[in-house]
Design a protein around this ligand. Structure first.
Ligand code: SF4
Ligand code: SF4
Length: 352
């Protein structure tokens, strides 16, 4: 397993890390098995979020005998200082750890959210204080837009960024890795499988290794998937990313064309629909099979998709030409509780 320096943090991380999303859907026993097998084969980076239910507990329990040999990362999606503190304290309890190596602000989608987090009383202040007190070693930020990351690095001392560096977004993110690296900030790539939209998980992962972030975290539901990912890593994965783009494009059959990048150029919807949230819920339903969670969240969405009159404005504005109306017509049916998700059970669950 290749180890990389994580920016100027002083940490050395395995370039293949494990992401925590799947652990919330599988048992303690299964998580243990995956985490311990990964560690035995050189994986030392385990990354999750407070959002991913009991994933911190599962990771903490699995690594308790070798805590000093691993790098634990997690994140809060809270925006206010007081809520951020609660999350950090909860994460420490969940992991059963005295400190957490990397604590991040999760999914900072827009500059507006960034301003909120950085304002007095915002969550960043709490992370800094906890870093100074030694409960957190490094502060990170995850985002999906390059400009949010670059602005964040301009105004605050983040140690690590987490960003989706994958073949779908390669044009929009060109140059970002080099810029982040020039500032001495660690770069962890997330969502290498493009939310499960990659038809070939190994090609998608190979692309990311070729692009060369310090580490890539991959969600893994079982040890077979872990083996596949480890095999890609062991094969080198150092080919220049662009060399395999054509191969990937040929294998994709266009499925990633429905993947929302959360850029928000489609807003506002005249009917007030939260377009990116609705698309996200459907991604979680359709790709991650988080049926219950997605339906619960959808029940709280206001207005619901029934308010959509198919005006088409969002599709005309969407920078990525996503067939939003078509996705919404599927989501409108699937996200209602009355429909059995059993027809989907046979679909393969793909890592993040
Ligand atoms: S098509 Fe529906 S979601 Fe899109 S802008 Fe029109 S009303 Fe809103
Ligand atoms: S639907 Fe299109 S424009 Fe809207 S957030 Fe998603 S990718 Fe961006």
């Amino acid at each position: 397993m290749k180890l990389n320096k994580l920016g100027n943090t002083g940490l050395e991380v395995s370039r293949l890390g494990l992401g925590g999303i799947p652990f919330q859907y599988i048992s303690h026993k299964e998580s243990n098995e995956i985490i311990q097998a990964a560690h035995a084969r050189g994986v030392n980076l385990f990354y999750t979020s407070r959002m991913y239910r009991d994933s911190e507990n599962k990771i903490g329990l699995a690594v308790k005998d070798f805590r000093d040999k691993v790098v634990l990362g997690t994140s809060t999606h809270k925006r206010k200082k007081v809520d951020g503190r609660r999350d950090i304290e909860q994460s420490l309890r969940n992991f059963g750890a005295d400190f957490i190596d990397i604590y991040s602000l999760h999914n900072v989608l827009t500059l507006k959210v960034l301003r909120e987090i950085m304002s007095p009383g915002g969550a960043y202040q709490e992370l800094e204080e906890m870093r100074n007190a030694g409960y957190i070693r490094h502060v990170g930020i995850s985002a999906h837009q390059p400009e949010t990351i670059l602005k964040a690095l301009e105004i605050a001392a983040f140690d690590v960024v987490e960003f989706p560096l994958n073949f779908v977004d390669r044009e929009a993110t060109a140059g970002l890795l080099e810029e982040v690296r020039s500032l001495g900030v660690g770069f962890v790539s997330i969502k290498p499988m493009v939310f499960g939209y990659a038809a070939s998980a190994s090609l998608a992962l190979r692309y990311v290794f070729g692009a060369g972030p310090d580490a890539t975290v991959v969600g893994t539901y079982n040890t077979d998937e872990l083996d596949e990912n480890l095999a890609v890593e062991a094969a080198g994965g150092d080919a220049a990313g662009e060399e395999i783009v054509d191969v990937i494009a040929a294998s994709e059959r266009g499925c990633y064309k429905v993947f929302c990048r959360r850029c928000e150029t489609c807003v506002p919807c005249p009917k007030g629909i939260d377009i990116k949230k609705a698309l996200r819920l459907y991604e979680y339903f359709d790709r991650y099979h988080s049926w219950e969670w997605a339906r619960e969240q959808y029940a709280a969405l206001s207005p619901r998709l029934s308010a959509c009159d198919n005006c088409g404005l969002c599709e005309r504005e969407c920078s990525y030409h996503i067939p939003i109306k078509r996705q919404f017509s599927l989501a409108r049916v699937d996200l209602l509780p009355r429909r059995s998700p059993r027809r989907l059970i046979q679909k393969k669950i793909i890592g993040s």
